[in-house]
Design a protein around this ligand. Structure first.
Ligand code: URP
Ligand code: ZN
Ligand code: ZN
Ligand code: ZN
Length: 480
């Protein structure tokens, strides 16, 4: 067992910051010490195997991205990051845990979908990983199987009010699944958009020759996110299910969540960097020499990017400050333009939905600190501590304290990166473009420690595939 000392830095938690040294013994944090502490009269730094110098830098708990889709089959293709490439990219970006979505489709057994996901991930991951379970077909068998999920280390499942014919559940199915959620304590995660109504609008647009990517955002109107969010909240309240709404992008949906929370209900929401920074006008409506109007396909995701003129992005930032939204995940679901997104060249409905961001989440959210929109502590809370509590990992993950896993990131506030692609490629995700090209990032992930191992340091990747372990999660620690 080797020992590592992260010395000279400012340790930041969700509740404060202090100059301190972090001693990791094997895979576990052993102590958080006053700077320059001694052991039996000698400097601790002289007696450990590895010293990481964090002078002038922040030391934060490793990031937890609670919403990723490695290798997700979607739109006739698979998300382009495997567990190997996607988790390595996450590590480069200061994320040491992901929670990915195992998939059960209509007609499949939940147990088989889960086993298939284990087979994809096992021995491949650079960092620790857990699973939520997508329930794409609710019937008596899957409802019974859901009761066994906690024994498998899975304490949350995702339902879809969108994507009819793919993952969609109708209200009757949602009600039945939420009854199981209430009974077991499993957290219901909801994709809250009215899919049947969206599909009508999308077909009408396509029939009228409106086939460009920007119409994806027109069809997926904010009213249909607000309405589905409200419906999910009310069915959750009726059944007693705890509810977590994923990838919230419409300010009106936030207002629904805030109203439920003001009543004291167990209702939570996440947003994603794309809904804080990007818009329907600038990205979905983009034009390039290479792709023409199809450039916008890079940003086709659901829920969609929203109008900046309507003020959704600023409202998401505000909700992160007021805790109307509790955390930020990426919904990392990358597809290349060539051979994947271009399936929808003739019809926006055939563009696989998703954006790749797993590598940039910590940096993108740190820009909120730089611009004064959130505090340093709130950055840690939104990206690590709350995800750990929300999904039953806290104590082991999400905090730097004795007994926790030795996951930490040394973050240099004076670093800078211009996110680029082509010759200036700055990412490690398996994509032929970047949704974040041209973004200027203040701050830099210098060193990443995962369960006591330095896996990224000074621009080098030092880990190996299979370092990451499956995390058995308990029930949410965030419920009131
Ligand atoms: O566009 C998205 N979000 N793709 C991934 C699937 C989902 O709905 O989360
Ligand atoms: Zn979704
Ligand atoms: Zn997703
Ligand atoms: Zn640096």
């Amino acid at each position: 067992m080797s020992t590592t000392l992260i010395t000279g830095g400012t340790v930041v938690s969700a509740t404060g910051r202090a100059e301190a040294d972090v001693l990791i013994d094997g895979a576990t944090i052993a102590a958080v010490l006053a700077p320059g502490s001694q052991l039996l009269g000698t400097d601790l730094a002289a007696s450990v195997d590895t010293v990481v110098d964090a002078t002038g830098k922040y030391v934060i708990p490793g990031g937890i991205d609670a919403h990723t889709h490695m290798e997700l089959p979607f739109g006739g293709t698979n998300a382009s990051d495997t567990f190997e490439t996607g988790t390595r990219a996450a590590a480069w970006g200061g994320t040491t845990t992901i929670i990915d979505f195992a998939v059960q489709r209509y007609g499949e057994r939940v147990q088989d979908g889960l086993a298939a996901w284990h087979a994809k991930a096992e021995g491949e991951c650079a960092i620790d990983y857990g699973f939520h379970q997508i329930i794409g077909g609710i019937d008596d068998d899957s409802l019974a199987a859901m009761r066994g999920l906690l024994d498998e280390g899975i304490s949350s499942f995702k339902l879809f009010m969108a994507y009819p014919g793919v993952f969609y559940s109708d209200d009757a199915q949602v009600l039945k699944a939420m009854q199981v959620s209430a009974e077991t304590g499993l957290l219901t995660m909801m994709h809250a958009e009215n899919g049947p109504a969206i599909d009508v609008l999308a077909a009408q647009l396509a029939d009228a020759g409106k086939i460009a990517p920007s119409y994806h955002g027109v069809a997926r109107a904010w009213q249909l996110e607000e309405e589905a969010t409200h419906r999910a909240i009310m069915i959750a309240n009726l059944t007693g299910a705890p509810l977590y709404v994923v990838h919230v992008s419409a300010k009106q949906a936030v207002e629904q969540l805030a109203a439920a929370r003001d009543k004291g209900w167990n209702v939570f929401g996440e947003t994603c960097p794309q809904y804080l920074y990007l818009s329907l006008e600038e990205q979905l409506g983009a034009f390039s020499a290479e792709w023409g109007q199809f450039e916008g396909a890079k940003w086709v995701c659901s829920t969609p990017l929203r109008s900046r003129a309507e003020g959704h992005q600023d409202h998401m930032w505000q909700a992160l400050r007021t805790n109307d939204l509790q955390m930020v995940s990426t919904d990392h679901c990358p597809f290349c333009m060539k051979g994947q997104k271009d399936l929808g060249l003739a019809d926006f409905r055939a563009i696989p939905n998703g954006i790749g961001s797993v590598e940039h989440r910590m940096d993108l959210m740190y820009q909120g600190v730089v611009t004064g929109r959130i505090t340093l502590e709130r950055w840690v809370e939104l990206t690590s501590t709350t995800p750990a509590r929300m999904f039953g990992l806290y104590g082991r993950k999400g905090v730097i304290q004795p007994g926790a896993d030795g996951d930490a990131v040394v973050y240099d506030p004076s670093g800078h990166t211009s996110i680029g692609y082509g010759d200036g490629r700055t990412h490690h995700m398996n994509m032929d473009h970047s949704a974040w090209e041209g973004f200027e990032i203040d701050g830099h992930v210098d060193t990443v420690v995962s369960r006591g191992r330095v896996i990224v340091d000074a621009g080098r990747y030092l880990g190996s595939k299979g370092d990451g372990r499956f995390l058995r999660r308990g029930l949410s620690q965030y419920l009131v």
